[in-house]
Design a binder for this molecule. Sequence first.
Ligand code: TMP
Length: 216
Amino acid sequence: MRNPAFIVFEGGEGSGKSTQAKALSNRLRKLGFDVVSTHEPGGTVLGNKLRRWVKWGKEVTLPSELFLFLASRSQLVTKVIRPALARGYIVICDRFAASTIAYQGYGRGTDLSLLESLNDFATDGLVPDLTVLLDLDAEEGLGRKRRKWDTFEREDFTFHKRVRDGYLEMAAADAERWMVVDASLPTIQVEELIWERVREFLTYGKGFVSLATTSP
Ligand code: TMP
C-alpha cells in the first residue's frame, strides 16, 4: 500500500527507540504498507562509517562531531529517505535532526539557531511528519545499557538530563508533529500508545488512507 509518510523515533539512551521503531515497521508491513526502516547515524555506506567515528572516535572536536552527524544525515536523506518517500513508502527513522538539537545543542551547548540552519541544509528542508519521543529518566535509560559504553553514554547525568529537557521542549513547541510517550511503561503498552497515534495520523493526519476499520 502506498502512503508516503516520514515517522521519526527520538529519545535518550536506553529509551527503547530501536525496539519500538522495529515494532511499528513490522506492524505496518503486516497491514500491507510499504515501509523503509532506517537509522541515524548510519543507514548508508558512508553513514555507517561515520557512525563508528562519532560513537567510538577519540579526541573528536565538537565541530567535527557535528559535521559527521550532518554528513551522515545528508547521505541518508538523499540516498534513502527522499527516494523512498517519492516511491510512496512510509519511512521510519531511528533518530533524525532533532537528535542534533538535543545532543549537540542542549547537551553540548552549541548555538541552537546555528544547528537549525545546518540541519536545514543537511536535510534539504525535510521535516518529519510525526516524531515519537520516548521519554525516560536518564539514569533509568543508562541503567538499561549492558554493552560497552560509547562517547555519549559515557557523558555524565547532567548532560543526559539536558538532552531530555531539550527533547521535551521541542515536543512541547510542536505538539501537532510530536508525541511524547512514557518509555518507563511496559514495552507492549508503549507499542500500543504509539500505534494509536500513528493510526490516527495515517487516517486523518495526512488524509491518504482510511485505517479506521483496520484492526492491528
Ligand atoms: P545510537 O544509535 O546507539 O542511539 O547512538 C547514536 C548516538 O549518537 C546517541 O548517543 C545519540 C548521538 N547522536 C548525536 O549526538 N547527534 C545526532 O545528530 C545523532 C543522530 C545522534
